[in-house]
Design a protein around this ligand. Sequence first.
Ligand SMILES: Cc1cc2nc3c(=O)[nH]c(=O)nc-3n(C[C@H](O)[C@H](O)[C@H](O)COP(=O)(O)OP(=O)(O)OC[C@H]3O[C@@H](n4cnc5c(N)ncnc54)[C@H](O)[C@@H]3O)c2cc1C
Length: 378
Amino acid sequence: MFDSIIIGCGFAGAVLGRELADKGKKVLILEQRNHIGGNAYDLLDEHGIRIHQYGPHIFHTNLTNVYEYLSRFTDWYEYSHEVVGNIYGELLPIPFNLNTLFCVYDKEKATRIKDKLIAAYGENVKVPILELRQNNDTEIQEVAEYVYENIFLKYTMKQWGQKPEEIDPSVSGRVPVVLSYDNRYFQDTYQGLPLEGYTKLFETMLDHENISVRLNTPAKDFIEIKEDHVYFEGNVFEGEVIFTGALDEFFDCKFGRLPYRSLIFKTEYYENAPYQSHGVVNYTVTEDYTRITEYPYLTGQKADGTTIMKEYPIPYCGENGEIPYYAIINAENLALYHKYVSLVKQIPNFHLLGRLAEYKYYNIDAIVKRALDMSMDM
Ligand SMILES: Cc1cc2nc3c(=O)[nH]c(=O)nc-3n(C[C@H](O)[C@H](O)[C@H](O)COP(=O)(O)OP(=O)(O)OC[C@H]3O[C@@H](n4cnc5c(N)ncnc54)[C@H](O)[C@@H]3O)c2cc1C
């Protein structure tokens, strides 16, 4: 009945499914959640405000083909994302740029430092704080220290659950200072959100006579791997099988769990809008949460009230209801991941795609590109 089976209906699975369907293949998508869209799923909350259930997703890319591809399924609300950091109650542009410099220091000192920075590194460049620290000028070093202490350190400790001594200096050294007045978080050519939401984008993409989607369906209900073959409903399946879920969980974590960070999202509704000055405010030195998102800024929705979302990072333990969000990538964890890969490597029609199955972080544009590329060989 089906030529291809796809496990998971996020961007990876849906884009690949659509591409195969357009080539005339009958595609079955199995999704364990009760909705399509993966982590990009959005919905109207009980107050009619559009929110992203799994955290704010802002589309941004320099890839014209990816933008044009998604534009087949949606129009866009053009939103330029700006983030401010709440640093002991004061709101400063993030990442640290020349505007931030003038917020932190008085005009005379900021102008002096700006001139020194531009003379040393040029305009419109991103300079890692490691480089600033190596500069002999004490005022430039002071900027690097400010960024490390007030923007990077405590935020990273919250996000990754690390102690200061566990933070890899090669990572902290890469935190940039941006020598421009551009407050946008992303500089990509295309930025925005689907005008009618991500879920609608997915509905349009999946609306194809060759695509069937089964929700509330974990892969293991129908798919089994035995002796280097994929079985579907008890019979060997010769078509392509694309797996976008967590590989360790598919194999009952037989070698141990792949480590992830997870998040708890708490929403609050306010009758008086707006709640805050920007779409996202990062709490870089205080609070247990890392950031607050106010959705109407992102979506452009005009409503009487507003909904905000606080994000609390937590370890992922695999408990019911917990979701693995960020792979914790290091040599040990990648070695464990490759033990799982070895269980499917010999199966030519079983493919791994997506942030879970490949145990890596993808932005939306990168996973759409990867799905489009993979579909060309099928
Ligand atoms: C908090 C957060 C914010 C983000 N913000 C942005 C952003 O602003 N911009 C951006 O470009 N990217 C952002 N991303 C990244 C974006 O979420 C990913 O690029 C995208 O989700 C990857 O799609 P995917 O299909 O690989 O994974 P997912 O969206 O996770 O989809 C995988 C799907 O597979 C299903 N599944 C898993 N296992 C099984 C199984 N065994 N059986 C059946 N179904 C299964 C899952 O239920 C899920 O629906 C963010 C990520 C996070 C965590």
